[in-house]
Design a protein around this ligand. Structure first.
Ligand code: M6R
Length: 618
């Protein structure tokens, strides 16, 4: 959940490290720090706060910007509160070694006690400072080089890590290692420079060649030499795969928008199109997806599909449940990955497990995949980040191709995940014959129209802004939906709470009378999704129940609706489509609403408090 960056080469390291940290800040932003090595001296600057605060401090002492080698860190605290001392990088006791770390060393307490008994003292409360001292101790005991010391120290560690380690006495090398947290190495032309980062975004303008370390791998990065990768436990040499990066600089910049979240909301027509491009040939009535086509038999024979995910991806999974059951008539169970992994679930070789994750790095989802694999299930991944851990860990999969999602609040990930799930459900429906040929063709035609409809919806931004201004002071909000739109209600509530810190609950509309109705009074805004085909009359009754208790209704209805318009305080119209596809539309105004409320409340939209984009710890 932290971001790591590093550079070694012929350029000034500071701009590369600091800009890299800005790009990685989505991974954590409660403190930041960097180390630069120059004239045989290490300059360390670190602070509680954001990368901009760090930059401000370094600006005060420009000598702290010099050096051709550096490592940096942006933190999401696990061990030790966010403060200057707990910020990374951390020195070893001798001051010779420096480390940045993303992950958790679970047995740090035991290791700390052992090191304390050997005379080590600790300045911070972090597990990371324990690790760097362990490396120092191993180096001393074994009389070995840094790379070996890191390797041996890591065999004593339980937990997860992506680390970069620097040794003052070896200023032409950086050691990196990975277990459970991502790390990429950028390779400069002629091996004259190298980059290290949690993802490739900090170095895309410098090189397109990158190695993504696999779990339990360690790399020695030395100027002028090919990166040497080896396995941490059995010491075998790894033939590292150098990949060509597809990412571009424009993709990771704000492109004129005030926030990444807004940019990503507006990117949805393109993102949805990119998701089905080349996979759905609407006019020919074809869906082709290599990951499904190659494993069709497994899906066709599956007793059930289990979908594992977290957060917004879990909400997309719930939409998937409705899609698979309704269109392809396959039983589905949707599981929070964090519960599934510890529940001793009953999984058989006849189960297909689908794991959904934007980042492809979520620790709980990754653990759920490993568990399902160990029980013999076939695991299919739906990820956005190409080459991510989940993409590599699953048997087969499909990328959403949404482009980088940087805003912590997921938006285009949700709609593109639903797009993929719709394609899979339709493909299986066609193969199983659970949908008539004409219905199948009709769905493909309707799906093809979705991006244009999303574009149209984005034009109602001013209406949504007005509604946001009316309800921005609310302390609680309720979101209601039924059927395909029940998960959208959950997602709408999550979006509001995570960026505006207003308490919000999503509920199936009919469940309201079993409890939450007690909350309704004139101060309670209730956002109700009331599209014309989804149990419309029943939702209208639910709206009446709220109105008769003086609740304020903001309804999302289908264009041309008259009934709800008469009762609701505000309505937002969505274009007509098939009920199964409505989540792709109903979610848009709810995303915009949360965005505008958060902006009006002057919250940090892209970096909400306590959160991070990739949750790579349990
Ligand atoms: O990268 P993933 O899709 O696996 O992430 C899962 C959740 O952490 C993520 O959706 C989170 O809930 C977002 N902040 C929601 O906006």
């Amino acid at each position: 959940m932290c971001g790591i960056t590093g550079y070694i080469g012929y350029r000034d390291a500071y701009p590369i490290v600091i800009n890299g940290l800005k790009r990685l800040e989505y991974r954590g932003y409660d403190s930041a720090g960097l180390m630069l090595f120059n004239n045989n001296q290490i300059a360390l600057t670190k602070t509680k706060g954001k990368v901009l605060d760090l930059e401000g401090i370094v600006d005060q002492s420009p000598s702290g910007k010099e050096g051709k080698i550096g490592i940096g860190h942006t933190r999401w605290a696990t061990h030790g509160v966010p403060n200057d001392v707990n910020s990374h990088p951390h020195f070893s006791q001798s001051g010779e070694l420096v480390i940045v770390h993303n992950g958790i060393i679970e047995n740090y307490d035991t290791l700390k006690k052992e090191l304390t008994s050997r005379g080590y003292t600790f300045k911070s409360d972090t597990d990371t400072e324990v690790l760097i001292n362990l490396i120092e101790e191993v180096k001393k005991q074994e009389g070995c080089k840094l790379g070996k010391a890191v390797q041996l120290a890591l065999t004593q560690v339980i937990g997860a890590y992506a680390i970069a380690v620097f040794d003052k006495s070896k200023p032409n090398e950086i050691i990196v290692a990975k277990l459970g947290s991502p790390i990429a190495i950028g390779i400069g032309e002629g091996l004259k420079e190298f980059f290290v980062a949690s993802d490739a975004s900090p170095f895309i303008e410098y090189t397109k060649d990158a190695i993504y370390l696999e779990d339990e791998e360690l790399a020695i990065i030395k100027l002028g030499k090919a990166v040497g990768v080896r396995k941490i436990y059995d010491d075998s040499i790894v033939d590292a795969n150098i990949q060509e990066l597809q990412l571009s600089l424009e993709q990771i910049e704000k492109g004129g928008y005030d926030h990444f979240m807004l940019k990503e909301i507006y990117e949805q027509p393109k993102a949805i199109t990119d998701t089905y491009r080349g996979r759905m040939l609407a006019d020919e009535g074809i869906i082709k997806m290599a990951g499904i086509d190659d494993n069709l038999g497994k899906f066709m024979r599956a007793d059930r599909i289990i979908v594992v995910a977290c957060g917004t991806s879990w909400h997309a999974a719930l939409v998937g449940e409705y899609l698979f059951e309704d269109l392809s008539r396959i039983p589905v169970e949707v599981e929070y990955a964090s519960e599934f992994r510890y529940r001793n679930p009953i999984i058989t070789t006849n189960d297909v497990v689908i794991a959904i994750s934007q980042s492809g790095e979520t620790a709980d989802t990754l653990a759920a995949i490993k568990l399902a694999k160990s029980k013999g299930a076939f695991v299919f991944g739906i990820c956005n980040v190409v080459g991510s851990s989940i993409a590599r860990e699953t048997h087969a999969g499909a990328y959403t191709h949404a482009g980088p999602e940087i805003g912590v609040a997921s938006t285009k990930a949700f709609t593109t995940q639903i797009t993929i799930l719709s394609l899979i459900a339709l493909k299986l429906a066609q193969s199983k014959g659970t949908l008539s040929n004409s219905a199948f063709h009709m769905y493909l035609q309707k799906m093809q129209l979705i991006p244009k409809k999303v574009e149209k919806l984005l034009r109602i931004d001013d209406t949504v802004k007005h509604i946001a201004s009316v309800y921005k002071e609310a302390s609680n909000c309720l979101y209601l939906g039924r059927g395909f739109n029940f998960p959208v209600a959950l997602e709408g509530a999550l979006k509001l709470k995570e960026i505006s810190y207003i308490h919000a609950e999503g509920y199936p509309a009919a469940e309201m009378k079993h409890g939450p109705i007690a909350l309704i009074d004139e101060n309670m805004p209730v956002f109700v999704i009331a599209t014309n085909k989804g149990h419309y009359e029943k939702v209208v009754s639910n709206i009446q129940e709220i109105k008769s208790r003086n609740g304020k209704i903001i309804a999302i209805v289908t264009e041309g609706d008259t009934t709800v318009k008469e009762i609701a305080d505000h309505v937002i119209e969505i274009p007509e489509t098939e009920e199964a596809l409505t989540p792709l539309l109903t979610t848009i105004p709810l995303q915009l609403l949360s965005y505008h409320i958060a902006v009006m409340l002057e919250k940090n939209v892209d970096q909400p408090r306590n959160l991070a984009k990739s949750v790579t710890v349990e």
